[in-house]
Design a protein around this ligand. Structure first.
Ligand SMILES: NC(=O)c1ccc[n+]([C@@H]2O[C@H](COP(=O)([O-])OP(=O)(O)OC[C@H]3O[C@@H](n4cnc5c(N)ncnc54)[C@H](OP(=O)(O)O)[C@@H]3O)[C@@H](O)[C@H]2O)c1
Length: 231
């Protein structure tokens, strides 16, 4: 499954203030591009801390959009996702998936959330397994919408966009699972105490740093949109 990391940061690479305020760092033109990017992915993923702090909808909200909404996915080891979030409220209408290390919790499944249980790696969902489980689920989602049964070897390689926060971004980058970065950078500075776009990395040698090739830079309103792919 192709994995894209989307970042919306200050010039100094922060995604929120120290108090967690993150709306809105980038401007309306950049946010519209993010909706377009969502429309091009089958799933959009956040960490449970982002789901709690920002209460996002993770939907495509573009005038006239009639395509299939991406599945909204939360990486949530212990199914902490609160019932009063928009993600859970809308789960009976919009595909919503929690990837967890524990068996499905009725509180979430009764609300319409799909819980995919995978093995734990350091007490959190093993990421390669999480991607496999999500890819399988997305295949079943597509197959269920086809008018005829697809051949048994039918599989499509879905595309996932990660929308934060910093801990989740760091985990995917460290695991070497990020194929592309869509980086929106706003002309503001949030300082060292702001929340980093990429959390703890524990990297000693430059040679071990994940490297990317810049594909394009666009001006979007007051912001810059830098596009990268993995070298
Ligand atoms: N500017 C922006 O566009 C933007 C976008 C997103 C977020 N944000 C901001 O970022 C902040 C939240 O970011 P965050 O870094 O604190 O949290 P996060 O990355 O959203 O979520 C981290 C949580 O996800 C769970 N998790 C499960 N598997 C994981 C894995 N493999 N790696 C990492 N985490 C995993 C962990 O909780 P369990 O151990 O319980 O599973 C962990 O505590 C908020 O302030 C939000 O506003 C800003």
């Amino acid at each position: 499954m192709r994995v894209t990391l989307k970042l919306a940061t200050s010039l100094d690479g922060r995604i929120a203030t120290a108090s967690g305020e993150s709306r809105w760092i980038t401007g309306p033109a950049a946010r519209e591009e993010v909706h377009r990017l969502r429309a091009m992915h089958q799933a959009v993923l956040v960490g449970v801390e982002t789901a709690i702090a920002d209460d996002p909808e993770l939907t495509v909200r573009l005038p006239g959009f009639v395509g299939l909404q991406p599945a909204r996915v939360v990486l949530d080891s212990r199914q902490r996702l609160p019932s009063n979030t928009k993600l859970v409220h809308e789960a009976s209408r919009l595909d919503t998936v929690v990837i967890s290390t524990t068996p499905p919790n009725n509180r979430l499944t009764d609300a319409g959330v799909t819980v995919l249980q995978v093995d734990a790696q350091d007490a959190r969902p093993d990421l390669p397994q999480a991607l496999n489980a999500l890819s399988g689920w997305l295949n079943r989602r597509v197959s269920a919408r086809l008018p005829t049964t697809p051949p048994s070897d039918f599989a499509f390689d879905g595309a996932l966009m990660i929308e934060g926060g910093g801990q989740v971004a760091a985990s995917f980058l460290k695991a070497g699972l990020v194929d592309a970065i869509e980086w929106f950078r706003a002309p503001m500075i949030l300082g060292d105490e702001g929340r980093p776009a990429v959390g703890e990395f524990v990297l000693n040698r430059l040679a071990d740093a994940p490297r990317f090739k810049r594909l394009a830079v666009h001006e979007v309103g007051d912001d810059l949109w830098e596009r990268y792919e993995r070298l």
